[in-house]
Unconditional design. Structure first.
Length: 336
């Protein structure tokens, strides 16, 4: 390495350190103070949520209804017009990350804590703080920084729940960030040949499903090429995935019915990233509505991923992915 290259590398490290120091300064800054929910907790929004989620629990209907706990964040959303009480801290943080080349964003996880139920008529207030900004991290997607925010949701000054949300602001793999790209004077390296897979290496195996006492019967059915749906022994409500008790009436009694195998694509996503071993993206993952009225998630096969459509008829089949594992998938019915 030449003196110029060493100086360039040192400048890049100094720039990265300076950026990390500035990012760390955002921890603890308020992103929203005394924000006010756009609408009180209300039955129409609860109904829309439950219909989208396929959740028919009776606790979310009628004069004594409560809101599904997982709706906690929905009551704080600002919509297209945003919220009053919002500070500039979040925009400043994003501008700093964007300026350093971390222009892509992906949500990574969220955590929620519920302290009291929310009921129709409750007026929501909330405070949001930038809880932390991580050091520079390298991931399969690329290099960047994890940003965590925490929102405290209140009703009448009483804490009702906490929503912690984490994103990754990153530069996609193969794309340099500005501090390194702008200051390094090292000549561009010649492209290298891609690694050649070792033909003797064992093929990557699909992850194993988690089988426990609550769902073992489902997987026994799959092994016998039968898709079994639980049926409540008291109210006869069908449920899938399998659960230890009925979501409609709470009964622990149940038997099973076998699905006919017919269904339609209720919704779907196309998986591009990250490229896990044993998976070959892009591929379509569908939320399939079975003829019996329940829904399940599985791969849609038989058509290119970009030809999958909502409402497309599909048919159950069983795909052997290795010598030990078969999975239920759904083959498209031939529509374009």
């Amino acid at each position: 390495m030449t003196l110029t290259q060493r100086d360039g590398a040192a400048e890049a490290r100094d720039a990265s350190d300076a950026l990390c120091e500035r990012l760390a300064g955002f921890a603890g800054r308020a992103a929203a103070t005394s924000g006010l929910g756009k609408d009180p907790v209300n039955l129409p929004m609860i109904r829309h949520w439950c219909e989208a989620m396929g959740d028919a629990h009776p606790a979310y209907r009628g004069p004594d209804a409560v809101a599904p706990p997982t709706m906690l964040q929905a009551w704080t959303m600002g919509g297209l017009s945003g919220h009053t009480g919002r500070s500039s801290a979040y925009e400043e943080l994003f501008a700093l990350l964007d300026g350093a080349g971390y222009t892509s964003v992906v949500a990574t996880d969220c955590e929620q804590e519920y302290l009291r139920p929310l009921r129709p008529g409750d007026e929501i207030t909330f405070d949001t703080v930038i809880e932390s900004v991580s050091e520079r991290k390298r991931t399969k997607l690329g290099t960047g920084h994890f940003v965590t925010t925490r929102t405290d949701v209140r009703v009448g000054g009483e804490l009702a729940g906490t929503h912690r949300f984490r994103i990754l602001k990153y530069a996609p793999a193969g794309r340099p960030t500005k501090p390194a790209a702008a200051r390094l004077s090292k000549p561009a390296a010649l492209p290298t040949k891609p690694a050649v897979p070792d033909p003797a290496a064992p093929a990557a195996r699909r992850p194993r499903p988690v089988i426990n006492r609550d769902n073992a019967g489902f997987w026994d059915g799959v092994a016998a090429h039968r898709l079994l749906i639980q049926r409540c022994g008291d109210c006869a409500a069908l449920r899938l995935p399998w659960l230890p008790g009925c979501a409609e009436c709470g009964s622990g009694e149940w038997d099973t019915v076998e699905a006919s195998g017919a269904g339609t694509v209720f919704s779907y996503v196309v998986m591009h990233h990250p490229p896990f071993p044993a998976f070959d993206p892009p591929y379509a993952v569908g939320l399939i509505e079975l003829a019996e009225g329940v829904r399940m998630i599985s791969n849609v096969v038989g058509v290119p991923y970009d030809k999958v459509r909502i409402g497309m008829p599909v048919r159950l089949e069983f795909l052997r992915v290795d010598e030990e594992l078969e999975l239920p998938v759904f083959r498209a019915g031939g529509e374009d």
